[in-house]
Design a protein. Structure first.
Length: 277
């Protein structure tokens, strides 16, 4: 039989004793030990997510929850002090990089798709999961030649309320070039290509990351610079560019669908924006 962790033993014991009020302090001590043990090898954000999972399990089992005790808060503070790790931020794919990457794409079906995909991802400030989830009905041409795009579901919008974003005419033209090759019978805006033929299914998120890194390599960037790009780089770079262009926090949050100023601040902290220039 697999060996149980201290937390598993604690939850099992609490379920057996519920709803005995005297079980609370025992379980609190168990959770504290679990958190401190996890904090030795895991990032604080990971430990915090596991604390949320413990809280959710107790709610689902309708047993007394130990996660609101002050001892738990003190244990988490200890974890944060012990492993003060800053979240790693992807390098921003700013406008200068974007233009170079688009020019580097070959005149092939993959190049047509990737040019449209990178341009849309940048101007819509999408996460890669949002970008590959776009379907034909989510994109509407406007009278000025630009596009109106409905991003239906995101990490910060689990109930699918959606947000509206817009593109430039140049990006709309890149999409049209891709659609002329892709044809009208594919549901997804971006789809895989096998031996020059399009396949009617959603792309993998790794395709977005690979397209960015391969473009960076074609542009002759150093290996460490290539490694710093990720599928999130378009969102980061676009936010940094909006800051440098003078848009305020509210406008940037609306453009990218951010709910938290603190999260947006992490995206913007590496923007080379001299307020005195």
């Amino acid at each position: 039989m697999p060996r149980m962790t201290p937390f598993q033993r604690g939850v099992r014991g609490s379920a057996a004793r519920a709803p005995d009020a005297n079980a609370g302090p025992v379980i609190v001590e168990t959770v504290c030990r679990f958190l401190e043990d996890q904090g030795k090898c895991k990032a604080p954000s990971t430990v915090q997510r596991r604390l949320y999972a413990i809280r959710k399990v107790h709610r689902l089992l309708r047993i007394p929850g130990p996660t609101y005790y002050e001892d738990i808060n003190l244990a988490m503070r200890k974890v944060r002090r012990t492993r003060a790790i800053r979240p790693r931020q992807a390098k921003g794919l700013t406008r200068n990089y974007l233009e170079s990457f688009l020019e580097s794409e070959p005149d092939t079906p993959w190049g047509l798709r990737n040019r449209a995909m990178l341009a849309l991802g940048y101007e819509l400030l999408t996460r890669r999961s949002e970008l590959i989830a776009l379907c034909n009905q989510d994109v509407s041409p406007r009278s000025d030649g630009t596009l109106r795009v409905l991003i239906r579901r995101s990490k910060a919008d689990p109930f699918g309320n959606g947000r509206i974003a817009f593109t430039s005419k140049q990006t709309a033209d890149l999409r049209s070039d891709w659609l002329a090759y892709r044809g009208p019978d594919i549901e997804w805006l971006f789809c895989p290509i096998y031996q020059g033929k399009v396949i009617d299914r959603c792309l993998e998120t790794t395709t977005v990351r690979r397209a960015i890194k391969e473009a960076a390599q074609r542009c002759g960037l150093r290996a460490d610079r290539v490694a710093s790009f990720s599928g999130h780089s378009m969102r980061v770079g676009a936010a940094q560019d909006l800051l440098k262009r003078g848009f305020d926090t509210a406008a940037i949050m609306r453009a990218g669908g951010w709910k938290s100023v603190n999260v947006l601040a992490r995206y913007l902290e590496r923007a080379e924006h001299n307020v005195w220039a």
